[in-house]
Design a binder for this molecule. Sequence first.
Ligand code: XUL
Ligand code: CO
Length: 438
Amino acid sequence: MKEIFENIPVIPYEGPQSKNPLAFKFYDADRIVMGKPMKEHLPFAMAWWHNLCAGGTDMFGRDTADKSFGAEKGTMEHAKAKVDAGFEFMKKLGVKYFCFHDVDLVPEADDIKETNRRLDEISDYILEKMQGTDIKCLWGTANMFGNPRFMNGAGSSNSADVFCFAAAQVKKALDITVKLGGRGYVFWGGREGYETLLNTDVKFEQENIAKLMHLAVDYGRSIGFTGDFYIEPKPKEPMKHQYDFDAATAIGFLRQYGLDKDFKMNIEANHATLAGHTFQHDLRISAINGMLGSIDANQGDLLLGWDTDEFPFNVYDATMCMYEVLKAGGLTGGFNFDSKTRRPSYTMEDMFHAYVLGMDTFALGLLKAAELIEDGRIDAFIKDRYASYQTGIGAKIRSGETTLKELAAYADSLGAPALPGSGRQEYLESIVNQILFG
Ligand code: XUL
Ligand code: CO
């Protein structure tokens, strides 16, 4: 078969001194880090939508990038050309997973039965392509936000008919995910939120979202899906207020509706920052609740207030992300580049440069996070910071063997309490810099 990315070779690892734009400087797939090869720490995935579909259209202008891959857009030939392009792309980069929305794979027809027939056809083709490779599906999802019928949400729609369309899409997307051996299934609540409380019954809508998720779990388990379901929290955009605001909110929702055994979080960096958190914060909240499942790897721009989906470039953030991931014992999911090249980066080469950047950023993050952990100063500091709970009154508080009365008497006996130990933030930040650049 003729190559689509004709001038692009298989991307080699050449090391930090290399000036070759089409080589990895830090991502060395087989290098062992903390007992495991990098490629196992970093199961990277290609996002079908950004990489194979998005051409750079924004509110003010049309596509700059040509993603026709030699076929006429809107046809099944084009859908297949995207599969060809995607597999060539992943092979050349050593990316082992992909993620998709149903309508990334095929053009949506007017009739859902025809869309589903197209999905059957394309998933047969993808399965064929997967054979003889070690490329797998990380997760699938249904796009329940693009079609005008979802203007008021999917599970949260005021229309029961729309709810049924959402259910039909989830069912089919689950079928395809299972057919392709996907590790997970994502719910990103695209329009599951509201614009104004003047027309919205929040409780009713949230109950319905939970119902849709329960129906999905029941169906998924009945067809042999053993992976994790994920909620991908996001506070806003496209809706003014989205129900899955952040990890803490989504985890509370899952527990409230009895979904916490089947669901974990898919944390996207740019969504966490839109919620006013750091990426690391939402990873930590997920991890301490046993719900760190998967990651949408990208970054936002703090000067802009929207979901810019940039390729990860910030090594501090990647380091702190990998610090959380290593501490959590790894991901059951992976690192999906839910990232797009900037609109003026419109060539095929740019697609590769972007993945080289993203993969190298996370490889660096992994190396530096491992060094931080092996260095031990941060862990030792944190342990020491809470040392007053190891013995005496502190130990009694932890073990629950005390009363408010006893604590008050203890405070009385102290008179004026000593200040707690210094937080030493500047010292700790200098350790991070030393490890990053020393
Ligand atoms: C949107 C977003 C989605 C989800 C999947 O902000 O992140 O692409 O990852 O629906
Ligand atoms: Co995402």
